[in-house]
Design a protein around this ligand. Structure first.
Ligand SMILES: [Zn+2]
Length: 136
């Protein structure tokens, strides 16, 4: 796109005055690159702002791509299927063992993963949570 730009040519650039991407006229070139542009809208001459000109989007886009992770729900289903412990309502005054299935009034069914003193990690449908228990 920028190959054929010469002095006097049009270029879409960010105007520092208008604060918009607008049509500009190239007024100075340095080493084949646009150095100065004149805004067709306000007439001001300013340096071409690097990265704000003809390129759109750019390489700035961050892609968190969490899709490679196994969704919690699949883990939960697998855990439920392999859980061998008794199914019981969650009660923080009870103690549980890994593999137990507990029914939480808010989070639903969960599979007990690990037991810690005073708490345990339970895998629920959406994610793993720590729950208080009477475990020692
Ligand atoms: Zn302008």
């Amino acid at each position: 796109m920028t190959d054929n730009i010469t002095t006097g040519g049009d270029i879409a650039a960010y105007c520092t005055k208008c604060r918009l991407i607008l049509e500009h006229v190239v007024v100075a070139m340095v080493g084949g690159a646009v150095a100065k542009v004149k805004c067709k809208t306000c007439g001001s001459i300013h340096r071409l702002r690097e990265g704000s000109a003809t390129r759109r989007g750019g390489a700035k886009k961050k892609d968190p791509s969490p899709k490679s992770l196994v969704p919690a729900e699949a883990l939960w289903e697998t855990a439920l299927r392999s859980a061998r412990g008794p199914e019981q309502p969650y009660d923080m005054t009870c103690s549980y063992r890994a593999g137990d299935v507990i029914i939480h009034s808010v989070f639903g069914r969960g599979v007990l993963q690990k037991v810690f003193p005073g708490k345990c990690s339970v895998l629920f449908r959406d994610k793993e949570r720590l729950l208080a228990t009477a475990n020692r």
